[in-house]
Design a protein around this ligand. Sequence first.
Ligand code: SAM
Length: 342
Amino acid sequence: MTKQQTLQANSVQELAAYLIDPDIKIEHEANIIDRLHEVFSELAIVSGFDGEEGWKHDVQTSSGMAIGVNEAARCLLDYRRTGQFFRGLYAAIREAKRLFPKETIKVLYAGCGPYAPFLTLIAPQFLPGEVVFSLIEINGESLEIAKALVAEFGLQDYLQDTFLADATLLQVPAAKDYHILFTETMDTALEREPMVPILLNLLPQLRPNVLVLPRNVTIEGVFFSHSELPNGIDILWELTSTIPGHSIGTVMDMAEALETYLDLEEKDGIFHELQCELPPQEYRDFFALYTTVEVWEGIFLYKNESDITDLRVRDLKDLPPCDYINFEYLLGEELELLFGVS
Ligand SMILES: C[S@@+](CC[C@H](N)C(=O)[O-])C[C@H]1O[C@@H](n2cnc3c(N)ncnc32)[C@H](O)[C@@H]1O
């Protein structure tokens, strides 16, 4: 490594170490991540905002879309997401070290993007030999850039394997050796991106007590009346908003649905379905989906705290006479929690 590279690697390790603090102030977290992004964009030549035409394009997976190089790079700047996933994986590696003393902890990282931030930021917080990562990435350019970045930072000792593959289909060699499965391949309400099919493919291959991050994603359904939102729906995006609406509770619990679906003998592509009673008529003006991600024990991303927990709201004008709202999450090219009334 050149002297300049050593300096940059040290500064990344030191900056990232600030993210370990669970009480880090939001502004400090954003500032640290902005500075990390500056180093990454300089070394990786990808900022997420310009570059080659091909970096803009998504890739179709067997089920769901993998986002392109630029969008994957920009995920780093989803500050709260990056901070909480960093703290979650850091805590999970420590827990795995406790559960499996004297073993090198093996992390299977599905969907690393061009910065592989949960390797490049976390590995240097541990000694070589304490933890190793294997990367799976469907986008060849992202994977090449991630490998180059690992080399630039002198982190090769932490990199076990790389797989240029669709994680919804890959058969992982020596899969039972991994202690941790890490993937952040989701969008809000589990739409578009393939985290569910990735977990459905990888989980049965791994050891039964593998530690999985995120631990869960839940989606709550909440109805609102016009009278609660006299100035429109924008207020629902304010983090301090306390308008209760009428909750119909959790309409999808990913961990529960995964367990149920994996137990099915005949997998029919219907990952989840649910029927709920509609609330009283006066609440049937707007319907919102609140996404919560449980990254690790005690480490959550709540609605509107990140792009992956962004609120989804639908204006329900002209609803026909009905009693129930029905939800369905189907596996296939387009992933979305669909709903309709009956
Ligand atoms: C949301 S980005 C996250 C990137 C990076 N891990 C981070 O957190 O900043 C998801 C990444 O997963 C990759 N990906 C999505 N679906 C995939 C699949 N089926 N197989 C392998 N990689 C996938 C995308 O190409 C993208 O690079």
